[in-house]
Design a protein. Structure first.
Length: 505
């Protein structure tokens, strides 16, 4: 049967182990399965915006880098929790002393051998206290012997507890580091969300820019065909005496100008394709970007109140600011508690036994015991440093609250501008489409007059240029509207729902 002192200490150790085992361990999470980054970028066939976003999520460098920040913040929680994990220890020592002394029997040299083995378990509990338990088994041998038994074995088991009552006390104080790290995880997840939203916005605007460059190239290609047709007609009419050399020269100048613009437009198309591949994490830039088409623009109904509410509820910026305020509040809590004097309650209990064999020392008569109890008080003179630190912490909280208001104000301005941009874009698309119709009609009338000999080729070239400008302006208006809508979704955080993306909170 286990001796009663050992049973008591064992029960205390079991309680200590239970407290430690009950703590939650926030393990690192895995990156959301956005796609396989090891596969090659595939933009063959019809290239849709949804496909581009899906591929960019798994490959975009900024998104991947931000995810490593999330993992680092999660490990910070584990590090903070580890402060409350038990520490096991073992120590073994042997001391031998053989020294001649004046008290020794003539012709002998006293010999002493002391061996000890100590097992220990210590822990810091969530209340701020420390608990330490130890078991020591020692052996003593003296020659010549001067006490019995010789050799002798001794066992000692002890439990010591220290609990702060003022400075450093309380579960909220001691959990502040863990809660601060968990807020850090929330902030890093929100920043990851911001990185994903930014990446989506960049893919959308880059995709729209590619659409614009390709459509502009097609407009310029049509312009070159019309200029070449006019040159051919003027050349034939000059031979019949209807047109002059000046008409032919103007037509040739129109062809040359159209060819030059077409070359520049082709360069812009290739640059836009590279921009899209870069966002998708392509490092070879050998992927052929397939066909693209303008999505239906429409005229969406927008409202500042609705968009602002979505931006506050779903957008990461205000949430990051609030989490930062909470971190500063935790720092203020610790600073306030640290102003208090140190007042610790100390207590300890130990049992010991003494026998001629190790087995008897472990299972024998545990007749020896000791206990201690006391208070430790420490008061810094004036508590000036603690008070100054608390004032700094409070000022930090207030500063972050002002920064929150500033972020909120910036969000209001950004949403107002974004809503206004969508509304302006809708009006611009209407106006530019109407302008294109008028330019098309004017070109057709001028060309008809030219065919009838009532207009010069110079007027036809002017009408062609006006029509080209109108078409490009209409394309730009459509792209501007699409980009404005994408930017509004970015502020609202609704892009994630649009592309069915789930992120950790």
């Amino acid at each position: 049967m286990m001796p009663r002192p050992l049973a008591r200490i064992g029960l205390a150790l079991l309680c200590l182990w239970s407290i430690s085992a009950a703590r939650a361990d926030d393990g690192p999470s895995e990156m959301p399965a956005f796609g396989d980054p090891s596969t090659a970028v595939d933009l063959s066939g019809q290239v849709t915006l949804e496909n581009c976003v899906a591929q960019a999520l798994g490959r975009n460098f900024n998104v991947k880098i931000q995810w490593f920040v999330v993992q680092q913040s999660e490990d910070s929680v584990v590090i903070q929790q580890a402060a409350f994990e038990p520490t096991f220890g073992f120590n073994a020592n042997k001391t031998v002393d053989q020294t001649a002394t004046s008290q020794a029997i003539p012709g002998t040299i006293p010999y002493t051998s002391i061996t000890s083995s100590t097992f220990s378990l210590s822990d810091t509990v969530i209340t701020g206290g420390t608990v330490a338990a130890s078991y020591d088994l020692g052996r003593e041998y003296f020659a010549p012997e001067y006490s019995l038994p010789d050799p002798a074995y001794g066992s000692t088991v002890s439990l010591n507890v220290t609990q702060p009552l003022l400075n450093g006390a309380g579960t909220d104080y001691n959990r502040a580091g863990i809660e601060n790290a968990r807020l850090g995880v929330r902030i890093s997840n929100l920043n990851f969300k911001s990185a994903v939203l930014t990446m989506i916005l960049n893919v959308e605007t880059t995709y729209y820019n590619l659409l614009f460059q390709r459509e502009q190239y097609n407009v310029q290609l049509e312009q070159l065909k019309q200029a070449q047709q006019l040159l051919d007609e003027n050349t034939i009419r000059r031979e019949t005496g209807v047109q002059t050399d000046l008409d032919v020269a103007n037509a040739r100048a129109g062809v040359a100008s159209a060819k030059n613009l077409l070359i520049l437009d082709e360069q812009a198309v290739h640059n836009s394709e590279d921009d899209l591949l870069q966002l998708l994490g392509d490092r070879q830039f050998t992927t052929v970007v397939g066909a693209t088409s303008f999505p239906f623009v429409g005229e969406p109904e927008v409202s500042f109140d609705r968009s602002y509410k979505l931006a506050r509820d779903n957008g990461p910026n205000l949430a990051v600011a609030q989490a930062t305020i909470d971190q500063f509040k935790l720092a203020a809590l610790k600073a306030k508690r640290s102003m208090l004097p140190t007042l610790n309650l100390n207590g300890g209990l130990g049992y010991s036994s003494y026998a001629s064999t190790a087995g008897s020392a472990i299972t024998g008569n545990w007749s020896g015991y000791n206990w201690t109890a006391g208070l430790t008080v420490s008061v810094p003179w004036g508590l000036t440093a603690g008070r100054a630190a608390y004032r700094q912490a409070v000022a930090g909280v207030r500063s972050e609250q002002v920064a929150y208001d500033q972020t909120d104000q910036g969000l209001v301005v950004a949403v107002r501008a974004a809503v206004r941009a969508v509304q302006t874009g809708i009006a611009s698309v209407r106006s530019s489409a109407e302008n294109t119709q008028y330019a098309q009609k004017a070109y057709e009338l001028t060309k008809a007059q030219f065919d009838a000999g009532l207009a010069t080729s110079y007027l036809v070239l002017q009408a062609q240029n006006t029509l080209e400008t109108a078409r490009v302006s209409e394309l730009q208006a459509k792209v501007n509207l699409l980009s404005a809508i994408a930017n509004l979704r970015f502020l609202e955080g609704s892009s994630l729902q649009l592309y069915r993306i789930n992120l950790p909170e």
